[in-house]
Design a protein around this ligand. Structure first.
Ligand SMILES: [Fe+2]
Length: 160
């Protein structure tokens, strides 16, 4: 029989739902962080960074919904508490009281963390033949890698 999310065996379900929940937690923390930086960024690059940070939090806000609704396909509980997100997330909070360059460095590191979390999820999903989660995770990796590149480009003074 092919893969049916709602009928998956319990151990595989737990592994996939755990991975999705960690991705959701990190995406949620990063959404708020990018929006906080969008509000508080200062300096000569204000315009560009204000817009880039908005692009990030808008993308991540939509991604939270995708990840949470994939959890629901497994008939599992989609977590919606920041307290739990903070426990699960390898992406930490930030108070937003820092200079523009540090903001870019912080978000770049977070985007790499997110790529790594989603790559672990893609692998777990593949092991269980869950192609939908695998595809979703792979799509998210592409986005996070792109944002990491855009952030990295702001820190460079010379061509690669
Ligand atoms: Fe705004």
């Amino acid at each position: 029989m092919g893969f049916v999310a709602a009928k998956i065996e319990p151990t595989a379900k737990e592994e996939i739902v755990n991975g999705l929940t960690q991705a959701l937690a990190e995406t949620a923390i990063e959404t708020l962080k990018a929006q906080n930086f969008h509000w508080n960024v200062t300096g000569m690059s204000f315009g560009a960074l204000h817009e880039l940070f908005q692009e990030i939090y808008e993308d991540h806000f939509e991604a939270q919904d995708l990840l949470a609704e994939r959890i629901k396909a497994f008939d599992a509980h989609a977590e919606g508490r920041y307290s739990l997100y903070l426990e699960r997330s390898a992406v930490p909070e930030h108070d937003g009281r820092t200079d523009a360059k540090t903001m870019v460095e912080v978000l770049m590191k977070d985007q790499e963390t997110l790529s790594s979390t989603l790559s672990a999820l893609a692998q777990v999903a593949e092991q269980h033949g869950d192609w939908a989660t695998n595809d979703m995770a792979t799509g998210r990796i592409e986005k996070h890698d792109k944002f990491a590149w855009m952030l990295r480009a702001h820190l460079k003074t010379t061509a690669a």
